[in-house]
Structures are given as C-alpha cells and as structure tokens.
Design a protein around this ligand. Structure first.
Ligand SMILES: *[C@@H]1O[C@H](CO)[C@@H](O)[C@H](O)[C@H]1NC(C)=O
Ligand SMILES: *[C@@H]1O[C@H](CO)[C@@H](O)[C@H](O)[C@H]1NC(C)=O
Ligand SMILES: *[C@@H]1O[C@H](CO)[C@@H](O)[C@H](O)[C@H]1NC(C)=O
Ligand SMILES: *[C@@H]1O[C@H](CO)[C@@H](O)[C@H](O)[C@H]1NC(C)=O
Ligand SMILES: *[C@@H]1O[C@H](CO)[C@@H](O)[C@H](O)[C@H]1NC(C)=O
Ligand SMILES: *[C@@H]1O[C@H](CO)[C@@H](O)[C@H](O)[C@H]1NC(C)=O
Ligand SMILES: *[C@@H]1O[C@H](CO)[C@@H](O)[C@H](O)[C@H]1NC(C)=O
Ligand SMILES: *[C@@H]1O[C@H](CO)[C@@H](O)[C@H](O)[C@H]1NC(C)=O
Length: 458
C-alpha cells in the first residue's frame, strides 16, 4: 500500500486501534492492572452469546462444527471470571456467571447434562466442577435452597468419578480414571493425565474445604497412581497419558494445564497436611513447570505444539491462562513459592499484554506471546489467557480460598451424584418401533459425534 498522510489514515480509522490504545498496563500499579483486566473481561464476554435469545446459556458457541468451542470451555471461562471478580473486586458479571453455572448442572445436578454426552470426558465434567468449587472457595453468592449448591455440585463430580464404572479394574492401569465417561465414546480406553489430575485436584480441595480426610486419601492415591505409571516423571515432567491395557506406551507430549493442575493440587495437599513429602512434590512440580513452560525468557510457551505453526488446537491455546492462575493460587496456599513464581508471572504477563494489539478495538490478544507481536488470531481462549495472567499478578495479595471453617457458606452433600453412569436416552420413546429406530439413531449420532473427540485427539 502506498504511503498515505497520517491524517488520512486516522480518518480511515486505520490508526483507531493505536489511538484507542493497544492494551496498556503498568504492571507495578494494581489500579492499572485492574483497569486493563476489566477491558479484557469485557472482550472475553464479547464471544459469549448464551445470554441472548435462541442461544444456550452457559456455553460458548459450539461444539464444532456449530462453533469454535467445546462444552468444557464454558466451565473454564466461568472459573476464570470467578477468580477475576474475587481478585479485582468487580461484581459486574455476577448475574451472568450465576445463570451459566446453574443452567448447565444437568438433570442429575452433576455437570453431566445429556446434551453433551457424546463427547463427555471426566475432565470436561471436572472443569465445570472447578467453577462450582471456586464459587464456594471465593464466597460467590449462594443459590436459593431449592437450587443446586456449589459445594454439593463439586462433590457430585468427585463422587461419580470415584465410582469404578469410570475406572479401569485390574492390570497395570488398575484404578486409572478413564478419559471419557461413556464406553461408546472415542477415548474410553485412554487413561490420560488430565482426567486423573483433575480428580486429584478436586479431591485435594474438597479435603481442605470440608476437612474430610477421605478426599485427601483419594487424592493421595491418585498421585501415587500417576507417579507409578510414570505420567509424572522423576524430573517432574508431566506427560499426556497412555492407553489400556498396559498404560506403558506413554504419549510424552507435555501441556501446561496438566502440570499446573497437579501443581495446584499439591499446594492444597501441603497446606492442609503440612507434610514434608507434599512440600517436596510441590517444589518439584514448581521447578518442572518453570523449566518446561517458561523456558523462553520467562514467557509462557506450549512446547508440544507451539513450535509447529497451526498444531495447537483451540483447547491447547487456552491452557496457559489456567497455568498462570493456578500458580498464583499455589502461592496463596504455599507462600514460600512467592519469590520463585512472582517474577515469572510478571515477565510472562508483560509479554502477554504486549501482543494485545489486534481486532477492531485494537486490543485483542493473540496466542504467540514469545513473539512480541500480535499474530492475527482471535478467540475467547486468547482473552482468557491474558485475563488469567493479569488476575494472577494480584491474586497472592488477596484472601486465600475459604473453607467450611473460615467463612465458606456453601452447603455440601457428601453423597451427591449418581451411583451409576448410564448413557442418557435423548428422545421420548412411545412405541416399540420408535424405540428401535430411536436407539439406532442414538447409536449413529453417538458414533458420529464421538469422532469429534475433543480436548486432545485420541
Ligand atoms: C498490589 O499488588 C501487590 C502484588 O503485586 C501486593 O503486594 C500489594 O499488596 C497490592 N496492593 C493492594 C493495595 O492491593
Ligand atoms: C440442550 O440442548 C437443547 C437444544 O439445543 C437446548 O434447548 C437446551 O437448553 C440444552 N441444555 C443444556 C443444559 O445445555
Ligand atoms: C467424607 O467423604 C466421603 C467420600 O465422599 C463420604 O463418603 C463421607 O460420608 C464423608 N464424611 C462426612 C463426615 O461427611
Ligand atoms: C501388556 O502386557 C502384557 C503382559 O506383560 C503383554 O503380554 C502384552 O503384550 C502387553 N500389551 C501391550 C499392548 O503392550
Ligand atoms: C506424609 O505423606 C506421605 C505420603 O502420603 C506419607 O507416606 C507419610 O506417612 C506422611 N508423613 C506423615 C508424618 O504423616
Ligand atoms: C496455608 O494457607 C494459608 C492461607 O489460607 C496460609 O496463610 C498458610 O501459611 C498456609 N500454610 C502453609 C503450611 O503453607
Ligand atoms: C461445616 O461442615 C460441618 C460438617 O460437615 C457441617 O455440619 C456444617 O454445617 C458446615 N458449616 C457450614 C457453614 O456449612
Ligand atoms: C499425544 O497427545 C496429544 C494430546 O492429547 C495429541 O494431540 C497427540 O496426537 C498424541 N500423540 C500421539 C502420537 O498419539
């Protein structure tokens, strides 16, 4: 393009982005961080349509091919916003968050709604469980008594995943939690790290919130399993998982959410047990996370997909925002990590903010933080990342997660959840003929939908 006079460019709106300000933050000024985070939160919610007529509340547009996002990312987004509102003191999204978390509980009040069963992983269910748990831990408004309560929802998820019908029985993978909830889904035979890491993390946190030692024991047993299978290596590398029957041919891809999920669980375990073994594990995980995911000048990077352009999928593009938040939450529970984590959280957040110069408003964020420039991508995941990174900077200086004895008001139900996992039937069945046809349809639809296996390709 020929050079045009600046005035003309400005008139065309081509400088509008710059004029509006690419996202700008003084990372040494909490007020400046809050202002920037508020803009990013607003940009994040610009991808959400669930509060408009004709759209499903709680979820981002999807799942593919109907939109870019799988069901779990809705849960991940509400978790991100719950941390944001708690840390920054901004309650402007409370009604939206509340409606979303209640709408997706499903018929059995366990975050396993029938609509999404064709691609329901234990990890998907867990991400919604985490949002409910965060609501309890951060003192979010409690639902009316006749509505599902936050703590009970998290317990429902945990209890269902404790049942053996979600797990492998016998052999070397014994007691491993499966990736998928239903036998008919692709990935039922994948015993992956994220499913087990989520269970470990919920267990550790329910243990701290309720002081019920059963949760702590089950979390501890899950750490032992991941360690025995070599999903967590002696150097605290965290691999993706392995298949039945032996769980021995490990997929050694490393993704930041796996490691950060385990790190955070260890912080909760150490905080409540004050056991040196948990401190060793926590410190090992902390070193591993920094070595593997911040190797490039202390800026978040996904080493298993980012080096090859286009190989990080929409899920993988969202992992680093969680990592930043969970590192900061780990500092709250284990303050000795402050000096190790804080400088890195800061350099990484600075790099994240620097490349937020895209889109019509001039401040949308891309994915490649280490490059220093906006890469042209736009998505809810990418806004969530920067929102998570900004939230993490202030999180260590706000009040730590509540418990049942330190101000938490959420009502629990230790027996919440279904005793048995059964594939839901979708259509009302009226006659024998229709039943046959409908079962056939369900099988076909389930098979087809399973092909869109999500979160990690099996
Ligand atoms: C601002 O954030 C820093 C951490 O970066 C913290 O030490 C300080 O207490 C915060 N100040 C306020 C007023 O929240
Ligand atoms: C399930 O899908 C139907 C049809 O799209 C929709 O009306 C309903 O709100 C969805 N329910 C949930 C919990 O997503
Ligand atoms: C503790 O948690 C376990 C596992 O969910 C449950 O079976 C048990 O009833 C709980 N105990 C109490 C006292 O709530
Ligand atoms: C699983 O282990 C059994 C017993 O060690 C062995 O016979 C079999 O070949 C292994 N299968 C795979 C797929 O590695
Ligand atoms: C600390 O935790 C480890 C691992 O669970 C356990 O083996 C050990 O007995 C615990 N130590 C104490 C003092 O409770
Ligand atoms: C546990 O967490 C609290 C904040 O809830 C913190 O003040 C305390 O120092 C932590 N305990 C340990 C052993 O790290
Ligand atoms: C805390 O837990 C105890 C035992 O489960 C329960 O009786 C009590 O009601 C809980 N407190 C609150 C504030 O929910
Ligand atoms: C390893 O796992 C990742 C994430 O689940 C997946 O994208 C990749 O295809 C897997 N690699 C192999 C060789 O199966």
């Amino acid at each position: 393009m020929a050079r045009l006079p600046t005035a003309l460019l400005a008139a065309c709106g081509l400088l509008a982005g710059r004029a509006l300000g690419a996202l700008e933050v003084d990372l040494d000024d909490n007020e400046s961080i809050k202002k920037a985070a508020a803009l990013v939160a607003q940009d994040l919610l610009s991808f959400y349509r669930g509060d408009e007529p004709g759209w499903v509340p709680g979820i981002l547009p999807g799942p593919p091919p109907d939109g870019d996002y799988y069901w779990w990312q809705g849960g991940a987004m509400w978790g991100t916003l719950l941390d944001y509102r708690h840390v920054m003191g901004d309650d402007s999204f409370d009604d939206t968050i509340f409606q979303a978390l209640q709408f997706q509980v499903g018929d059995d009040k366990d975050y396993n709604p029938a609509n999404w069963s064709a691609s329901m992983g234990n990890d998907d269910q867990a991400f919604w469980g985490f949002a409910a748990l965060l609501a309890a831990e951060t003192g979010f408004r409690d639902p009316d008594e006749d509505q599902p309560q936050w703590l009970a929802l998290a317990q429902a998820v945990f209890n269902e995943q404790t049942h053996l019908d979600r797990r492998v029985e016998g052999g070397n993978c014994d007691w491993g939690l499966r990736w998928q909830v239903y036998r008919t889904n692709n990935g039922w035979d994948y015993i992956n790290t994220i499913a087990n890491a989520c269970y470990f993390n919920i267990g550790a946190r329910l243990g701290r919130y309720t002081a019920n030692s059963t949760y702590v024991e089950l979390a501890s047993k899950t750490w032992d399993l991941m360690w025995r299978l070599g999903y967590i290596s002696k150097d605290y590398d965290v691999y993706d998982g392995a298949h039945e029957p032996n769980c021995t041919e490990i997929n050694k891809s490393q993704f930041s959410y796996n490691a950060a999920m385990i790190l955070q669980g260890c912080a909760y375990m150490y905080n409540q047990t004050q056991n040196e073994t948990w401190k060793e594990r926590l410190d090992g995980m902390a070193k591993g996370v920094i070595r593997v995911f911040f190797e490039k000048d202390g800026v978040a990077f996904e080493p298993s997909c980012e080096p090859a352009p286009g190989t990080c999928n929409a899920d993988m593009e969202s992992y680093r925002g969680y990592m930043h938040r969970w590192m900061a939450n780990s500092i709250q529970l284990a303050p000795h990590l402050y000096d190790t984590f804080m400088p890195i959280l800061k350099t990484s957040a600075a790099a994240g903010v620097k490349q937020c110069t895209g889109g019509d408003n001039g401040r949308m964020c891309g994915f490649h933080w280490t490059s220093g420039v906006y890469d042209g991508l736009q998505s809810a995941s990418l806004e969530m990342n920067v929102l998570g990174a900004l939230t993490a900077l202030i999180m260590p200086s706000v009040s730590a997660p509540l418990t049942n004895t330190t101000g938490g008001t959420s009502k629990g139900d230790p027996d919440a959840g279904q005793a048995k996992t059964e594939l839901p039937t979708f259509a009302p069945i009226t006659t024998g003929d229709k039943a046959g046809a409908s079962i056939l349809t369900i099988l076909i639809v389930t098979g087809a939908l399973s092909a869109f296996a999500w979160m990690s390709l099996d």
